[in-house]
Design a protein around this ligand. Structure first.
Ligand code: SF4
Length: 261
């Protein structure tokens, strides 16, 4: 398998079979987050293009389609960078839906292309959208997510997320990664979450090997208190247990996650 990996044990999604429609040797992303487990961004871009042909993903999915229902809770677009940069994202989602109609489809996105109405339409094909939001203002956004250029504006991303929510019937999860640089932003982040109205807020801190230190449990509990009263499920990485998984190919997982599950 070159483009599918896992299933991995995701604290947010359960047994998650990864689909990497970017699959470049080095990471391809419009951000360069201080906590990224894939290291510094080598291919920094905000342009969409076809990185992996739809037929190649289709071939790999068809090889294991019979076993997916038994081994996998969710099929997730993720991998060596930002999956919305794949111009054939929507087309591949359609292929997966046809081949695995019983398994939900999710995506982990950095939210940068929520500003693009076409991308928002493609994201509506997913059952679960896990959208990154780590900052309440542009300076914090630039410190934590280090976007490609100053044309990428947090305000526009938040507006895009809000518009997406209005037309999206699936499960929208906001994923907020807290590190030293944004640990005092909990109050404003909770206010922004309340305005967007996600189904779930995932409060995270980087526990996998990466360049940033995780916040301790007491710090995360302090942040979580700001989200009390929000009309959404609020989960914290320290509270969740990982599910058991049977991995197809450990090398492909380690390449994309730095650890084997
Ligand atoms: S958006 Fe994701 S892949 Fe891109 S730099 Fe940040 S953590 Fe890494």
């Amino acid at each position: 398998m070159r483009f599918l990996y896992g299933p991995v044990a995701s604290w947010r999604l359960g047994r998650s079979l990864g689909v990497d429609i970017i699959s470049t040797k080095e990471k391809t992303c419009s951000f360069d987050c201080v906590y990224c487990q894939l290291g510094r961004t080598v291919n920094k871009t905000a342009e969409r293009e076809v990185y992996v042909k739809t037929e190649e993903i289709e071939r790999e999915i068809s090889e294991i389609a019979d076993t997916i229902a038994d081994t996998t809770d969710v099929i997730t677009f993720a991998g060596m960078g930002e999956p919305t940069l794949g111009a054939n994202l929507g087309e591949i989602a359609d292929v997966i839906r046809r081949q695995c109609p019983k398994t939900p489809i999710a995506i982990l996105t950095n939210s940068a292309l929520m500003t693009d109405a076409g991308v928002r339409e493609e994201l509506k094909k997913m059952d679960v959208v896990v959208a990154k939001l780590d900052a309440p203002d542009q300076p914090t956004f630039e410190r934590v997510n280090r976007p490609l250029n100053e044309e990428i504006k947090l305000d526009a991303i938040i507006k895009g997320l809000t518009e997406f929510r209005e037309g999206y019937k699936g499960r929208l999860c906001l994923q907020m990664m807290f590190v030293e640089e944004n640990k005092e932003s909990g109050v404003e982040m909770a206010r922004i979450a309340a305005a967007i109205q996600p189904d779930e807020v995932q409060l995270n801190t980087p526990l996998r090997p990466c360049p940033a230190n995780p916040l301790p449990p007491e710090e995360m509990e302090r942040i979580q208190k700001h989200f009390k009263g929000l009309n959404a499920a609020v989960i914290s990485v320290y509270d969740k247990m990982k599910p058991e998984v049977r991995v197809i190919d450990k090398t492909e997982v380690i390449k994309r996650r730095g650890v084997e599950d």
